[in-house]
Design a protein around this ligand. Structure first.
Ligand SMILES: Cc1ncc(C[n+]2csc(CCOP(=O)(O)OP(=O)(O)O)c2C)c(N)n1
Ligand SMILES: [Mg+2]
Length: 917
């Protein structure tokens, strides 16, 4: 049991969230509270408890009977809960006071304004069924928030939502989509286009969202979507040139050839368009379904952050930018990153004020029917982990789709949380147009083949209502076909263009251009500035009680700064962060427990022992222009890394860092590295300054706390194998720094370059505080910079052996060499930057000692670490000398879990480096 005193203190402690809100400019969204029932309404609810149970039952269970499935594949059972008899309500003519039970007035905003109103049971039933058991099915009664539940009831039952339905616009969108799909089918019959046939209502749904955003004076909609109907969206609403598409389909470049990019397939093309003042941007994405989800969130949040800086004080999170994610049903239910991103959606460091999710739900994924693809009834059920409301809507009824989308937008605006629209449609062809769906779904496809298309059904409805004429229909369809034909005729003269250095990227250069400055010669900082930043980084305001154990941390930092010697890793990092903040850059470091640091080394965030208040001295004490955001994240790797990566697309003025708790755990985010970080530039011309900090090194911690799998990162590098080849536009820098000063310069170089490039850091664990690894302040001073290769301070003049290596093993080797009295015989060469490989620096050392034997030493097993990457490259500059391997033998694990085995292996590695001397 907690003491009463402690439990009161816990309750009254400043909410931890506050520091996130205040210290870096985050503005919490407005919160919306529905007013409570009046006492008269409560009395009426009690008096008519049976009616209340019935009404709530329809709200809760109506979706189970609603007509939402165009193919009627969902086997609906009779829903007994919707029968008023079950609640003792038999007389349809009996009148009830509905005040406080159902909502009747669209105009009232608060509960208390409702008046007594008498409705018969028959009227109540008809009213409720027309809402809850029709073409839109609602799931909101699971929400633990009374305000949200009341908001929905009010909104739906009071008919508050009756959007202006522009039937001609809807018709135009549907008809053009059909013309487009038919056109592609005719002209490119062998193309996998992932057409929208059967799901055309996606377009009016998105059109509604975009126009809602424009009406709400938003500036941006960030859209992420998979393959289905992507070309339809691009070419119609998002102004993508059909000529460019046709050129691409014929095998042409979508990007200017001279940029050296390798491009991507048609189903990943992108565009942005200005739609009535709101800029709608469709993000590029890889084939890995849903991987883009976190990227979209990060991009959206970062955009809002930038906009908030220039917006009036009353502009809150989510006011200016909205994220819209489109999903397939199978992917939404199956891909774990969805769960991870939903988990981020309402966290202070990750929320962007609510995403509108649109699931284009054709009840099939490739050949797998819904019944085998998910364990839940609806594909949207994963959204219930955050209690997101869900609107299921029948795609055969585009006007209901528009309505559903409008409600979704309104909900998001009120509550700034995620909402899901499950758009039930069908897929007219196979997974792609070359597939035979009848092989696996003969009955489903017999049913589909018998259906008239969604555009045609809607067209017929409007013709029947005499809203449009046959002439109108012909005009819409023929003119679009003529437009597409005209566009096709222009393909031969088409030349792609690119505008990757627009708006916030204007001050950057293209990394492959001659203006790109790879390695700024000076990333040092004035010593006085360093000292003042360092002092501020551990300054604690009066009255703020830090943990007594932290005094040592503070003292050692201040002492090292004073002496100008022995700066440790965390100090170098604080100096890099602080100096960048002073120069106007923002820094965001995200990951698990980054505030304190996994190894209790960082302490960039301090916690008051009495109140649990939090401060970030680099913000509070330095008062720089830039802000340091310490985003302690949820326990996710994929979505969080994706998020930071998305932010890096948006903000070249931000140093975006993702830190793995231990390097090993990055592999949960491998997809993001493969398909975004290592390849976005060559696929989509997207630069990113993302930094991945991956604690790496064998120290007896066993198979899963030892290795950041450097070999995998290196294998993804596009570096040349030989110095005789042309220098590539490297896709990512991969480093294994061994001193705090090197780390300091790497962080600063990341921002001081005139372009942005991902940086992968095999980071320290054991050497975080190792005094032998300490740096002097002079190594951070003006005129200094990162050194891709580190030679020893005291060069060995005539070594018998040159040991090339990377990383922290260096310090053990130096000790071992001294013990063996081989200081004059062995020279160590630390390769600090592996990719791009520093051919020249390595060649210089090799040439200086033509007789020396050359070995590579690593502690990682032979099939891991940098060996396979460095071997060809070092030998390339050895003029015929061979490079000998010293290290662990091949292994299925990065490190053994048995202590004695680890020690023996480690001792063998060290001994091996000096064997024979
Ligand atoms: C992570 C991943 N696994 C598998 C695939 C192969 N694949 C492409 S589309 C698809 C089916 C997607 O179904 P759904 O999400 O329902 O979208 P639909 O094609 O029905 O619109 C699959 C399995 C992929 N692209 N990504
Ligand atoms: Mg599907």
């Amino acid at each position: 049991m907690l003491s009463k005193h402690l439990s009161t203190r816990l309750r009254t402690a400043t909410p931890r969230r506050l520091y996130h809100d205040e210290s870096f400019g985050y503005r919490a969204p407005r919160s919306y509270q529905f007013t409570d029932y009046t006492s008269a309404q409560l009395a009426n609810r009690s008096e008519n408890a049976a009616l209340l149970r019935y009404v709530d039952s329809v709200r809760t269970h109506g979706h189970r009977a609603a007509r939402i499935d165009p193919l009627d594949l969902i086997h609906r059972m009779e829903v007994k809960a919707l029968d008023p008899h079950r609640y003792g309500l038999y007389d349809d003519e009996k009148k009830y006071n509905v005040n406080g039970i159902i909502w009747t007035n669209p105009k009232v905003e608060t509960q208390g304004e409702n008046q007594d109103e008498w409705w018969t049971l028959g009227e109540i039933t008809r009213h409720l069924r027309s809402i809850y058991v029709d073409k839109i099915a609602y799931e909101y009664m699971h929400s633990p928030s009374k305000s949200e539940r009341l908001w929905f009831s009010h909104h739906l039952e009071g008919n508050a939502s009756s959007p202006h339905i522009d039937q001609r616009r809807i018709h135009g969108l549907l008809a053009r989509s059909e013309v487009f799909d038919n056109f592609l089918q005719l002209k490119f019959p062998n193309l996998k286009r992932y057409g929208l046939e059967g799901g055309e209502s996606m377009l009016p749904a998105l059109d509604t969202l975009f126009s809602c955003a424009a009406h709400a004076s938003m500036s941006n909609v960030i859209v992420a979507m998979p393959h289905r109907g992507r070309l339809n969206l691009l070419t119609d609403l998002l102004a993508f040139s059909p000529t460019a598409l046709f050129h691409k389909i014929r095998g042409g470049f979508e990007l200017p050839e001279e940029l050296g990019a390798e491009g991507d397939v048609i189903s990943h093309l992108t565009s942005s368009a200005d739609l009535a003042g709101v800029k709608v941007s469709l993000l590029p994405n890889p084939s890995h379904l849903e991987a883009v989800a976190g990227v979209a969130l990060g991009k959206t949040r970062a955009k809002q952050y930038s906009l908030l800086k220039t917006s009036p004080d009353d502009c809150m999170l989510g006011d200016r930018v909205i994220s819209c994610q489109i999903h397939g049903d199978a992917a939404f239910a199956g891909q774990g990153v969805i769960m991870e991103s939903l988990g981020l959606s309402n966290l202070p460091h990750f929320s962007s004020g609510g995403t509108v999710h649109l699931v284009v739900d054709n009840n099939i994924g490739y050949t797998t029917p819904a019944s085998l693809a998910r364990s839940s009834q609806y594909c949207s059920d994963v959204g219930k982990m955050i209690n997101a409301p869900v609107l299921h809507v029948n795609g055969d009824y585009p006007e209901d789709v528009v309505r559903a989308m409008e409600i979704a937008f309104k909900y998001r605006q009120y509550f700034r949380k995620d909402i899901i629209v499950d758009l039930l449609v069908y897929r007219r062809w196979g997974h792609n147009e070359l597939d035979l769906p009848g092989l696996t779904q003969p009955l489903m496809y017999e049913a589909i083949a018998a259906r008239r298309s969604v555009p045609q059904l809607y067209e017929q409805r409007l013709l029947d209502q005499q809203t449009i004429t046959v002439k109108d229909v012909t005009e819409v369809r023929d003119s679009y076909k003529a437009f597409l034909n005209d566009q096709l005729s222009q393909v031969d003269g088409f030349r792609p263009s690119a505008n990757m250095l627009q708006s916030q990227w204007k001050s950057m250069v293209w990394p492959a251009s001659p203006e790109a400055n790879d390695n700024p010669k000076d990333t040092g900082v004035d010593v006085d500035v360093l000292k003042s930043v360092g002092q501020a980084s551990v300054r604690v305001p009066d009255g703020f009680a830090i943990h007594p154990k932290l005094q040592r941390h503070i003292k050692s930092r201040l002492t090292s700064l004073e002496k100008g010697q022995g700066l440790d890793w965390a100090t170098a990092e604080a100096l890099a962060f602080g100096s960048l903040l002073q120069e106007g850059y923002d820094v965001r470091i995200s990951g698990q427990d980054v505030g304190r640091g996994t190894f209790s080394q960082r302490h960039a965030m301090l916690v008051d022992q009495a109140k649990e208040d939090t401060i970030v001295p680099l913000n509070d004490e330095l008062k720089a222009k830039g802000k340091l955001e310490l985003a302690n994240s949820s326990l996710s790797e994929m979505a969080v890394l994706a998020f930071e990566y998305g932010a890096s697309w948006e903000r070249p003025d931000l140093l975006p860092i993702w830190e793995a708790q231990f390097g090993d755990f990055f592999n949960g985010a491998q997809i993001i590295i493969d398909t975004f970080i290592s390849s976005s530039e060559t696929k989509w011309l997207k630069q990113s300054g993302i930094v991945m900090l991956l604690p790496h090194g064998l120290d007896g911690a066993g198979p899963e706390h030892s290795s950041s799998r450097l070999e995998r990162m290196l294998q993804m590098s596009n570096d040349r194998f030989s110095s005789s080849e042309t220098k590539p536009n490297i896709n990512m820098h991969i480093v294994f720094p061994t001193t705090p000063a090197q780390y300091f310069h790497l962080l600063r170089r990341q921002m001081k370059r005139n372009y942005r490039k991902p940086l992968i850091v095999a980071g320290p664990k054991g050497i975080l505080r190792l005094s032998a690894a300490g740096s002097s302040i002079d190594q951070l001073a003006p005129g200094t910079a990162f050194q891709p290769v580190l030679l020893e301070d005291k060069p060995v003049s005539d070594p018998k052996r040159i040991v090339f290596l990377s990383g922290k093993l260096y310090y053990d080797l130096v000790k071992e060499r001294a013990t063996r009295k081989l200081d004059d015989s062995v020279a160590f060469v630390r390769i600090e930057e592996l990719s791009p490989f520093p051919f020249n620096a390595v060649a210089e050392v090799a040439k200086a000692h033509p007789e020396a034997e050359c070995v590579w030493v690593q502690e990682e097993p032979r099939n891991q670490g940098a060996w396979s990457f460095v071997r060809d490259r070092i030998e390339d500059v050895l003029d015929g000398r061979r490079l000998r391997y010293v290290g662990r033998k091949e292994s299925a694990v990065p490190a053994p879990g048995v202590g004695v085995l680890y020690k023996k292996q480690q001792a063998d590695v060290l001994a091996g480096a000096f064997k024979g001397l």
